[in-house]
Design a protein around this ligand. Structure first.
Ligand code: SF4
Length: 234
């Protein structure tokens, strides 16, 4: 595992701006309500209860894009896909693929390091029912746009679920032509400007418990993505 690359100052500054954001009244209220009420299992923990920033290798070629932080995952621990079953699934699969130094993600100080992968979300505050409104997505997407602009090597964007797929296309089509909106599917691919989008079913419990997303299907995503990210630089 290579040394982790430190976050550059512009990215850290952007992250500070994200964490201070209170633009969406409904989401601010919800993230703080969840943090105050807490799940019984985490009663004695102090929840993060703020927006979530991206995490990983700032020199990554692969951006993994989720919907929003989990109520008792990212919203609790303060790191994207950390502290819930979706995160266990995601980082477990990245570890199998050689892109993470460990399979578990329990908290911001758990030692997790990603190589060539940066993980972020479309909406940075936990939404009720995991469903942000179109206006909330529109309000938050500029943060992702700014984050992407500060990740100079990204070539492949892995969209976890149709919401992330639609959001990535929405964000990129303002700068690059998209003739016909590509349809989301597991392992779907689309070229938008300099980026290759790859679809993956979201590693939600609903998908992983029912077998809609299996480990083999998830591993196939990373196999393909590693090939594409290398090919982009050939
Ligand atoms: S969802 Fe985004 S824009 Fe809305 S309050 Fe959270 S960080 Fe700010």
């Amino acid at each position: 595992m290579s040394e982790i690359n430190p976050m550059p100052l512009p990215l850290l500054t952007l992250h500070e701006q994200m964490i201070a954001c209170r633009a969406c009244a409904r989401l601010v209220e919800w993230r703080e309500t969840v943090a105050r009420d807490r799940r019984a299992a985490y009663r004695n923990e102090e929840y993060w209860g703020k927006p979530i920033v991206g995490f990983g290798d700032p020199l990554a070629r692969i951006l993994v894009l989720g919907l929003a932080p989990g109520a008792h995952g990212g919203n609790r621990t303060g790191r994207v896909f950390t502290g819930d079953r979706s995160g266990d699934w995601l980082y477990g699969s990245l570890h199998r693929a050689g892109l993470a130094n460990q399979p578990h993600a329990t908290g911001r100080d758990d030692g997790l390091q990603l190589t060539d992968v940066y993980v972020s979300v479309c909406v940075r505050c936990v939404p009720p029912g995991n469903q942000p409104t179109p206006q909330e997505r529109q309000t938050c997407l500029p943060f992702l746009e700014q984050e992407l602009a500060l990740l100079p090597n990204i070539r492949v964007i892995v969209c976890l679920g149709s919401f992330a797929w639609d959001s990535a296309i929405r964000l990129l089509k303002s700068r690059y032509p998209v003739a016909k909106k590509p349809t989301f599917a597991h392992l779907a691919e689309a070229i938008v400007g300099p980026f290759r989008l790859v679809g993956s079913y979201h590693p939600s419990q609903q998908n992983t418990f029912t077998g809609k997303l299996t480990e083999a299907m998830q591993d196939a995503v990373w196999d393909r993505v590693k090939l594409l990210s290398s090919a982009s630089f050939a």
